[in-house]
Design a protein around this ligand. Structure first.
Ligand SMILES: [Zn+2]
Length: 240
């Protein structure tokens, strides 16, 4: 199934995408299996947590000015600082993806491969890594949203539309680290594998990804988190 944002037919309408939720990167805890498009405005009295008052670029106060854009139109706007952090993370994501591919080509016995892909075909994994590295080198999302209240339920790092390549980043991403699992560059890699190589979200978390590599290498070879953690493990020289 191809992941895509689901457009409600009426304001506030929610349509489930199906049994397999794809295209987003949750953190701890469950996340809903659907995404709203950027710019979607919550219906009145919907119980949606309001956007937490971040001033948009140009210093217009949240809430808008008379005649200016209203608060709904500000939702999801990235500050210049957020944009810079995201761009730096995209560059780092390209660097470590290309580096992991280089190391794998040099050493097919790389221990992190066995850890995250088990006995999956090397060629398939290298191909996904190559598509992801190429995308990161040449492209950027069609649009980027930051902390959009409707698209950032608690526990979500980021999300992407495989149809439009639009991406959004949530608080967990901005609070992320430079190294370790679920680093900022790693979260971007997760999303870009969806867009560039049509990976899926079969399981989440390092523990589940490693278990999947043992129990079902074919699934591990198409699961976004397995690529993210493989690349992060190579970067950090992690092999436990
Ligand atoms: Zn995902």
């Amino acid at each position: 199934m191809v992941a895509r944002w689901v457009m409600g037919v009426a304001l506030g309408a929610v349509v489930a995408t199906g049994a397999v939720a794809q295209g987003y990167k949750p953190g701890i805890g469950p996340s809903p299996g659907y995404q709203q498009p950027p710019g979607y405005a919550p219906p009145p009295n919907s119980g949606v947590v309001p956007f937490p008052g971040k001033p948009p670029p140009g210093g217009v106060p949240y809430g808008g000015q008379p005649g200016g854009p209203g608060p709904e139109q500000q939702a999801g706007v990235c500050t210049p600082q957020e944009r810079e952090l995201i761009e730096n993370s995209f560059r780092e994501a390209h660097r470590i993806t290309a580096e992991s591919l280089r190391q794998l080509e040099q050493n097919p016995e790389l221990p992190q491969f066995r850890r995250f892909f088990g006995t999956a075909p090397h060629e398939q994994v290298r191909n996904t890594l190559r598509l992801t590295a190429d995308w990161l080198r040449e492209r950027r999302p069609a649009s980027i949203a930051c902390n959009h209240p409707n698209n950032c339920p608690q526990g979500r790092f980021a999300y992407a539309s495989t149809q439009t390549t639009a991406m959004g980043f949530c608080t967990l991403f901005f609070n992320g680290q430079d190294t370790g699992f679920d680093s900022r560059a790693g979260v971007i890699i997760h999303e870009v594998t969806h867009v560039a190589a049509r990976t899926r979200d079969i399981v989440y978390s390092p523990r589940n990804a490693m278990a999947l590599a043992k129990s079902n290498p074919a699934d591990a070879a198409v699961n976004a988190d397995n690529y993210e953690y493989f690349i992060e493990a190579v970067r950090d020289n992690w092999n436990q």
